[in-house]
Design a binder for this molecule. Structure first.
Ligand SMILES: Cc1cc2nc3c(=O)[nH]c(=O)nc-3n(C[C@H](O)[C@H](O)[C@H](O)COP(=O)(O)OP(=O)(O)OC[C@H]3O[C@@H](n4cnc5c(N)ncnc54)[C@H](O)[C@@H]3O)c2cc1C
Length: 552
C-alpha cells in the first residue's frame, strides 16, 4: 500500500483547493493536492457569471459586506464576511498574476456588472465562462511552483487521534488501490452536494463527501438547511434539465414571462423585478407554475430575444451555445427555465482563518459554512474560495510548523480498506444507483424550495430506510482497477449522510429565512437569527444552536 507523508494535505482541487495549494506551497510547506478528477476539471470550471470584488468605485468592501449580510438574511458570520470583502480585491490581482484575463473596458478599467442587490456593480468576469479561465490560471500557477497533485483519487476517510486529524485514507480511482496519507494538517475543499437532488446545476463530483468526512471526524457543521435553488436552470429537454443559465442574463436585461406572456415578477417584486434575490425569484417561478401559468414543461420563459445579437455573443456566448446545442436560437426564441438546486450555503463551521472545530483540520470553498448565511449572492462563491483558500493554507502551514506528523495506526487504515473492499463483491446486493435515485427524488420532492413538517418527516423516514439498505449495497462490478460502481457506493453513503444533516436542520429551523421556506412557518423571526449547529457523537447526529458572530 502506498503511503504519503506530507505537511499539508488538501482534499479538493477546485478554485478554493487550488488557491490553498498555491499558498501552502509558497509558504514553504510540502503539499499534496488530491481531487476526484483530472487536474483542472473540477466543478469551479463551470462557474459562469463572474466574481464579486470592489474593484471599481463607487463600490467599496464595506458596501460588498453590507449586501452580503443583507442578502444572507443576517445569519452570516460578520467577521468572516468582513475579511472576505476586504481582501477580495487583492485576490483578484493574484488571479491576474496567475494569468487570468478578466474583461476590461477600452480604457483599461475592469468591466463590472451588477448582480442582485448590487446598487454599485461588483461582478467582474471573463465572458460567461469565468470559472474555466480561473481554473486555467490556478492550474498553471500550481504547476509552475510544483504543487504535487494526485488526480482521480477519492479520499474516503479522515484518520484522527484524539481530537486531531492526522491523515486520510483514499482510493486511487484509476488503479483501484488504497493509499494512506500522514499529514500534519489537512484542508477540506471538497465543494458542495448538489448531486443529492434530482435537478441540479452541479457537476458529478459534488456528492457532499466533505460534509460526511467532517461529521465522521467529529467536526461541527452549521446551517445545513440553507440550500440554494437557482431560479434559472434549463427546464427542457430532460437531457439538460437543471443546467444553469447564469444570473448575468437577467442582470443584462433578460426578462421572465409566464405562458400568458405576463412579466410576472411585477406581481411579487415590482421594484427589483428579475433581479430580486435568488430565493425570491425561485419562489415566484414556483408559484407561477403551481398556479397553472407555467409552460407545458412546467417552466417559465426567459427572454433575451430583444437583445442585439452582438450583445448575446459578447455577454453570454456559452448560454447561446448551450441552447444552440438543444435546437434553440435564443436570439429568436425564449429559453424555458425552472429553479435548480445550486449551492450549499451551510457547511463546515469555520472561523475567519478557515479553522474548524477539529484540531489540524481547516476548510475553504463551498464546503465551508458561514459566509453566505441564508442566501448566497451571485458572484460571491468563486470569490470567497480565493480568500479562504489562501487563509486556510496560512493556518494549515502554521499548524504544521508547530505540530509534527503523528503515526498512523495501520489497523485504522485496514478497517477502511476492508469497508471499501466489501462493496466490491459484485452482482448480489443493492445497487448504489437505486439508493441514489430514491434519495434524489425524495430530496427534490420533500426538501425543495418549500418545506413543511410532514414532508420533512417523510424525508427523514425514507433516508433512514435507505441507510439500512446501505448495509446491503454492492458495486455491480468487481473490477479491481477502475470501478465506477465502487465510487458510486462511496458517494451514495456520503450523499445520504449529508442529506440527513440537511433534513434534521431543516426540521429544526421553524421559520422561513432566505432559501429555507417553511410553508408551515412562513414568517422570518428575529428570535431565529441564529445558526443551527450539527455534529456527530457516537454515530448519532446532535443538533444545537450558536449565536451569529455579529461583530466584525
Ligand atoms: C453551473 C454553475 C455556475 C456557477 N457560476 C458561478 C459564478 O459565476 N460565480 C460564483 O461565484 N459562483 C458560481 N457558482 C458556484 C461555484 O462554482 C462553486 O460554489 C465553487 O466553484 C465551489 O468551488 P470549490 O473549490 O469549493 O469546489 P469545487 O470546484 O466543487 O471542487 C471540489 C473539489 O473537491 C474534490 N473532491 C470532492 N470530494 C472529494 C473526495 N472525497 N476525495 C477527493 N477529492 C474530492 C472534487 O473532485 C473537486 O476537485 C456556479 C456553480 C455552478 C454549478
Amino acid at each position: 500500500m502506498e503511503t504519503f507523508s506530507i505537511d499539508v494535505l488538501i482534499i479538493g482541487a477546485g478554485g478554493a483547493g487550488l488557491r490553498a495549494a498555491i499558498e501552502a506551497k509558497e509558504q514553504g510547506a510540502s503539499v499534496l493536492l488530491v481531487g476526484k478528477e483530472v487536474l483542472g476539471c473540477a466543478h469551479t470550471g463551470m462557474a459562469m457569471g463572474g466574481l464579486n470584488a470592489s474593484m471599481v468605485s463607487p463600490a467599496t468592501p464595506k458596501f460588498h459586506a453590507q449586501i452580503t449580510n443583507e442578502g444572507g438574511y443576517f445569519i452570516n458570520n460578520r467577521k468572516i464576511v468582513k475579511v472576505f470583502t476586504d481582501e477580495m480585491p487583492a485576490r483578484v490581482l493574484d488571479l491576474e498574476r496567475y494569468g487570468v484575463m478578466f474583461d476590461r473596458k477600452d480604457d483599461g478599467s475592469f468591466y463590472v456588472w451588477a448582480g442582485s442587490k448590487q446598487k454599485y456593480p461588483l461582478n467582474i468576469c471573463v465572458g460567461d465562462y469565468t470559472g474555466r479561465e480561473m481554473m486555467q490560471g490556478l492550474v498553471d500557477q500550481s504547476r509552475k511552483i510544483g504543487v504535487m497533485y494526485k488526480d482521480e483519487c477519492f479520499i474516503s476517510k479522515l484518520l484522527t487521534k484524539g481530537k486531531r486529524v492526522i491523515g486520510a485514507v483514499g482510493l486511487d480511482l484509476k488503479t483501484g488501490e488504497i493509499f494512506s496519507v500522514s499529514a500534519a494538517s489537512i484542508i477540506l475543499a471538497t465543494g458542495g452536494a448538489g448531486r443529492m437532488y434530482e435537478v441540479t446545476t452541479n457537476a458529478a463530483s459534488n456528492t457532499g463527501d466533505g460534509y460526511a468526512l467532517a461529521l465522521d471526524a467529529g467536526c461541527a457543521l452549521i446551517d445545513m438547511e440553507m440550500v440554494q435553488f437557482h431560479p434559472t436552470g434549463i427546464a427542457y429537454p430532460p437531457s439538460v434539465r437543471g443546467v444553469l443559465v447564469t444570473e448575468k442574463v437577467r442582470a443584462h436585461g433578460g426578462i421572465l414571462r409566464n405562458k400568458n406572456g405576463e412579466r410576472f415578477m411585477s406581481r411579487y417584486f415590482p421594484k427589483e423585478m428579475e433581479l430580486a434575490k435568488r430565493d425570491e425569484v425561485s419562489r415566484s417561478i414556483y408559484q407561477e407554475v403551481k398556479e397553472g401559468r407555467g409552460t407545458v414543461h412546467d417552466g417559465v420563459y426567459l427572454h433575451v430575444d430583444h437583445w442585439k445579437k452582438e450583445e448575446i455573443f459578447d455577454k453570454i456566448p456559452d448560454v447561446y451555445e448551450q441552447h444552440k446545442n438543444i435546437g434553440i436560437d435564443i436570439s429568436k426564441e425564449p429559453m424555458e427555465i425552472y429553479p435548480s438546486m445550486h449551492h450549499m450555503m451551510g457547511g463546515i463551521r469555520m472561523n475567519e482563518w478557515g479553522k474548524t472545530t477539529v484540531k489540524g483540520l481547516f476548510v475553504c470553498g463551498e464546503v465551508a459554512g458561514g459566509v453566505h448565511g441564508a442566501n448566497r449572492l451571485g458572484g460571491n462563491s468563486i470569490a470567497e474560495g480565493q480568500v479562504f483558500g489562501r487563509r486556510s493554507a496560512i493556518s494549515a502551514v502554521q499548524y504544521a510548523k508547530k505540530h509534527s506528523r503523528a503515526l498512523i495506526v495501520t489497523s485504522d487504515v485496514t478497517v477502511e480498506a476492508e469497508r471499501i473492499s466489501a462493496y466490491r463483491a459484485g452482482k448480489h446486493g443493492v445497487s448504489p444507483h437505486i439508493i441514489e435515485s430514491k434519495l434524489k427524488k425524495l430530496m427534490w420532492e420533500y426538501v425543495g424550495i418549500y418545506r413543511n413538517e410532514k414532508d420533512l418527516l417523510k424525508a427523514k423516514k425514507e433516508i433512514l430506510s435507505l441507510a439500512k439498505a446501505l448495509k446491503h449495497m454492492k458495486a455491480r462490478s468487481d473490477a479491481s482497477t477502475r470501478n465506477r460502481d465502487l465510487q458510486d457506493c462511496l458517494e451514495v453513503s456520503n450523499m445520504l449522510k449529508t442529506a440527513y444533516a440537511v433534513v434534521l436542520c431543516a426540521f429544526k429551523r421553524k421559520e422561513s429565512r432566505g432559501a429555507h421556506s417553511r410553508s408551515d412557518y412562513p414568517k422570518t423571526k428575529k428570535s431565529w437569527e441564529k445558526n443551527i449547529v450539527i455534529y456527530q457523537e457516537k454515530q448519532k447526529l446532535i443538533l444545537s444552536y450558536a449565536g451569529v458572530v455579529k461583530s466584525a
